[in-house]
Design a protein around this ligand. Structure first.
Ligand code: ATP
Length: 221
């Protein structure tokens, strides 16, 4: 059922290890496509099974802060880092709803994250708190597992207005600028003595190099 249109606020979570131009560009694509009032960039705790993080949470946050500067609709949000241990997106969304009771929320997921959704804690509850916007990644074709195809029935919409008119529960697939950039690839390049320039904002690259992150300290450029 459609109600009075509300402001639309997005949540974009990630490890951002490091944040790169594809994160920023696709985030802006979504802000523009949906005319979002604000998009929260939410760095998560790195789960232990990912292996030892090479940089601290404070450094990931600092890079995100440098990256988000200059785009007023991006909002750096460290709420997951302020809680001890890993936090689940469903809990993070609940706290956002408490903070912004007048807004509707949408959770941004790349297509790789969306197909992994059935492995997330209380994943079906996500749609109680927010809409889900899936960003189609060229490097990750959408192959939906059966629980997701069933769950999608009746939820899919191509109309951004539905996300303002209904409180939660819709799924919208949005094409975004194809950019096959990943943090994994950037870390590998840096470990290999190559440059990260032009894959991340200049300020982030300078920070990485100046702080000798990911083995990039010896780089002169
Ligand atoms: P890693 O390579 O370390 O797994 P990543 O570059 O995929 O990292 P994450 O921080 O894990 O970045 O991703 C945060 C979110 O950004 C995820 O939803 C992911 O799908 C999305 N994302 C990352 N890179 C891209 C890209 N090139 N295009 C579209 N979405 C992306």
């Amino acid at each position: 059922m459609s109600g009075t249109p509300r402001p639309l606020r997005g949540m974009f979570g990630g490890t951002f290890d490091p944040v790169h131009n594809a994160h920023l560009r696709v985030a802006l694509d979504i802000v523009e496509a949906g005319a979002l009032e604000q998009l929260h960039l939410v760095p998560c705790h790195v789960p232990p099974h990912r292996g030892d993080p090479e940089v601290t949470a404070a450094q990931r946050l600092a890079m995100l802060e440098l990256a988000a500067r200059g785009e007023p609709r991006f909002r750096l949000d460290d709420r997951e880092l302020r809680r001890d241990g890993p936090s689940y997106s469903v809990d993070t969304l609940r706290t956002l709803r408490e903070d912004y009771p007048g807004d509707h929320l949408c959770l941004l997921l790349g297509s790789d994250s969306f197909v992994s959704l059935p492995r997330w804690d209380r994943w079906q509850e996500l749609a109680v708190h927010a809409h889900i916007v899936v960003m189609r990644r060229p490097d990750h074709p959408l192959e939906l597992p059966p629980p997701l195809t069933d769950w999608l029935q009746g939820r899919e919409t191509a109309d951004w207005a539905a996300l303002r008119g209904e409180p939660a529960g819709r799924v919208l697939f949005q094409d975004v600028t194809p950019m096959a950039v990943s943090a994994t690839d950037i870390r590998a390049r840096l470990a290999d003595g190559r440059s990260g320039r032009y894959l991340l904002p200049d300020a982030v690259w300078d920070y990485i190099r100046d702080n000798n992150l990911y083995g990039a300290g010896g780089y002169a450029g």
